[in-house]
Design a binder for this molecule. Sequence first.
Ligand code: GLN
Length: 311
Amino acid sequence: MSTVRDLLVEGVAALTASGSESPRLDAEVLLAHALGIERTGLIAHPGAEIGTAQAETFRRSIARRTTGEPVAYIRGVKEFYGIAFATDARALIPRPETELLVELAEREAIDRLVGAARPGDGARLRIVDVGTGAGTIAVTLAVLLRRRGAAGDVTILATDASAEAIALARENAVGHGVADAVDFAQADLIPARDGPFDLLLANLPYVRTDAIPGLPIAASFEPRAALDGGSDGLDIVRRILQRLPDALAPGGVALLEIGFDQGDDIREAVETILPGWTSTVLKDLAGQPRVARIARVAGIARGAGAEGAAA
Ligand code: GLN
């Protein structure tokens, strides 16, 4: 029978040969997954003997990983904001850089719920997550607001163009006990019947088409439509900017995730598409531009200055 140590040696060798950048870590994570234990358990018990069924599960995982498939798809789970998200090829894997957007969204929501900007008597704060993918932003925000006892004060709509992504997002909402707090709609950006919203949140595809082949091989297992943002990466982001005059309620705010090198481009796009609106680019924990906060300047009539706004 193989021990933990034997299997790790075998897995590390296979992953190293395949060109993996983190063979040891990946082997440990995948062995812990096969055994249903924490990774620290392996380190504590290197001599423990492993049954053949579990060894086979581990070997199958290693074989998948040697093709470049992301560990998150093999395990079927990825941690985001301290929450375990179900992940598979139906949607983009939740990324740590998106935690900034969730943190900002929670703050915007709470400010509105306790502050003067609170929607009229009894009205609930309307939030939309456009292009929800695995449900990452909508479900996390629903969990955070529920913890604060604010779930009853908001409505959250999560949209995606992909029916498969919506199905996965629903599973995550159910898994985290917020299925009643999040509505889902399959739509190109936002269904025409919905809105306006107080908060519009989106991690849309923003990778430049010509940068896609240079992404880590793991990204080639993710839906291309979740990454490819066209020639300068901002095709879809521009389309959502065009929708903002109608999609945002007075005092509403959009928080859009962007690439680290798109800070100037997004400010320029906002000036062109939404003259008179404000945009602020916020940095993530790595100090990189990551979220654009876009708002109508008070006093400008709804729809004004939105030449060519899509219906
Ligand atoms: N941050 C992601 C990446 O570069 C891109 C996510 C996106 O396009 N929304 O892998």
